[in-house]
Design a protein around this ligand. Structure first.
Ligand SMILES: [Ca+2]
Ligand SMILES: [Ca+2]
Ligand SMILES: [Ca+2]
Length: 181
């Protein structure tokens, strides 16, 4: 069973992603979000980064639809959205680690990492985070201090993985709750 905190966060995430306010998540919603984050980071639509992100997003959408799009109409309705999270996370332990998350959920951190331009060698500083957050519409850069778990001024891939696990699994007060605003 999903806890109250998870419901609240997943409701918020749905609203955030359903950018055209159609009441369902479609591929075009995800593409719009991706284009905004990449444009904010200064990547041109014909750049290699853009192509790579698009390929990653299409892969994610194909995998996510397998789980979530029950009636196969290429959109994830609100009911499908919650049913899928129940299925993906309902059995998970609240203190499960990132590596225990289902693959479709782990892919989400790759999309965020791609949008932030971070990898094992390079973290995101507060300006990068603020640009990303602004482009997705997830509130203030003030959350950066909370998300930078070790306080070294950068959000690393390791930190992003832990924050992702907390966002999807925790029903307690945890830094990762602020990952998507
Ligand atoms: Ca939509
Ligand atoms: Ca559907
Ligand atoms: Ca850090």
């Amino acid at each position: 069973m999903l806890g109250d905190g998870q419901w609240k966060k997943l409701t918020h995430l749905f609203t955030l992603i359903d950018v055209d306010d159609s009441g369902a998540v479609e591929y075009t919603d995800l593409e719009t979000v991706m284009n905004r984050t990449l444009a904010a980071a200064g990547h041109a639509p014909d750049s290699i980064i853009h192509d790579g992100a698009g390929a990653m997003l299409r892969r994610f959408w194909a995998d996510f639809k397998q789980v979530a799009d029950i009636n196969r109409d290429d959109r994830i309705s609100r009911a499908e959205w919650f049913a899928c999270w129940e299925q993906l996370l309902g059995e998970e332990d609240a203190d499960a680690l990132f590596d225990d998350l289902p693959p479709a959920v782990r892919q989400i951190h790759l999309l965020v990492a791609q949008a932030l331009g971070i990898n094992d060698l390079r973290g995101a500083d507060s300006a990068t985070w603020a640009r990303f957050a602004g482009s997705v519409g997830i509130g203030e850069a003030a959350t950066f201090a909370r998300l930078d778990l070790d306080g070294n001024g950068l959000i690393s891939v390791d930190e992003l993985q832990q924050l992702t696990a907390e966002f999807f699994l925790s029903n307690e007060d945890a830094p990762g709750n602020a990952l998507f605003g």
